[in-house]
Design a protein around this ligand. Structure first.
Ligand code: AMP
Length: 209
C-alpha cells in the first residue's frame, strides 16, 4: 500500500490531474466527505487529507510514503530528511515582503509578522537587517494596519488580498510551487511502486508542456 499525504483545497485540486493520470481517483470527494483517509480507484494507493503544514511531518515519520507540499512549507519545516524528487509546478505563487502602501523604506530594527518564522529570520539576517519576527497563524495583512509589525512575509498570488488591505508587495523572497516529497525509507522499501508513480507524474508534467 502507498499512502500519499495531501492538503485539501488548491493543492489537492491542482494535484488531481497528476493523480488521475496515474489511475488514482479518490472514491469519496474530500470537499464533501469528512474522511481523513480516502481510498482510491487504485487498491494499492490511499490518500491522507491533512493540513498543508503537516504534510512534511507525516512523510518524515513514514506515516505517509509520499506527500505534496508547497516549497514554502518544506523550507519552513526544514525538509532535509525528505527526498524532493519533483517540482509539480502547481499552486504557484511568490513569497514576498509587504508593507503599508505609504510606509517609508525599512530602516533600523523592524518587526515582521509572518507564519514563516525561519524563512523570515534567514532572509533578514542575510540582508543585515535586525528583525524581530512575530509568529502569526493567519490574517498577516492585519499586522501593519494595527501597528503590530512594520512588514509582513506572506504568499502573494494576484496581490488582491494585499491591495484590499492597503498593503503592497515589496521584495520577492522566492518563487513557490508544490513539490512531491518522499519518505527516505519508503524510497528503499517500496522503490518499484514509488519510481513507477514518479515516472507517471513526470510524464503528466511533460504533457502539460
Ligand atoms: P492573492 O490575493 O491572490 O495575492 O492571494 C493571497 C492570499 O492567498 C494570501 O492569504 C496567501 O496566503 C494565499 N495564497 C496565495 N497563493 C497561495 C498558495 N499557492 N498556497 C497557499 N496559499 C496561497
Amino acid at each position: 500500500m502507498l499512502t500519499i499525504a495531501v492538503s485539501k483545497g488548491r493543492i489537492f485540486e491542482e494535484a488531481l490531474p497528476f493523480l488521475e493520470a496515474a489511475g488514482i481517483t479518490p472514491i469519496d470527494d474530500p470537499k464533501t466527505c469528512r474522511k481523513l483517509i480516502l481510498r482510491t480507484t487504485r487498491e494499492d494507493v490511499q490518500l491522507v487529507i491533512i493540513r498543508a503544514t503537516d504534510v512534511p511531518t507525516f512523510v518524515e515519520y513514514g506515516a505517509a510514503d509520499l506527500g505534496i507540499a508547497g516549497k514554502d512549507v518544506l523550507l519552513e519545516h526544514g525538509a532535509e530528511s525528505l527526498y524532493e524528487p519533483l517540482d509539480l509546478g502547481i499552486a504557484r505563487c511568490r513569497l514576498m515582503t509587504a508593507e503599508h502602501k505609504d510606509a517609508p523604506p525599512l530602516s533600523g530594527r523592524i518587526r515582521v509578522a509572518t507564519k514563516y518564522v525561519k524563512i523570515a529570520q534567514r532572509y533578514f539576517a542575510k540582508k543585515g537587517i535586525q528583525a524581530e519576527i512575530i509568529k502569526l497563524y493567519g490574517s498577516m495583512e492585519l499586522a501593519p494596519l494595527v501597528g503590530l509589525a512594520d512588514c509582513i512575509v506572506d504568499l502573494v498570488e494576484t496581490g488582491n488580498t494585499l491591495k484590499a488591505n492597503n498593503l503592497e508587495p515589496r521584495e520577492l523572497i522566492m518563487h513557490i510551487s508544490s513539490r512531491l516529497v518522499v519518505n527516505k525509507a519508503a524510497m528503499k522499501m517500496k522503490n518499484r511502486a514509488i519510481v513507477d508513480l514518479l515516472n507517471q507524474f513526470e510524464a503528466t508534467l511533460a504533457n502539460k508542456g
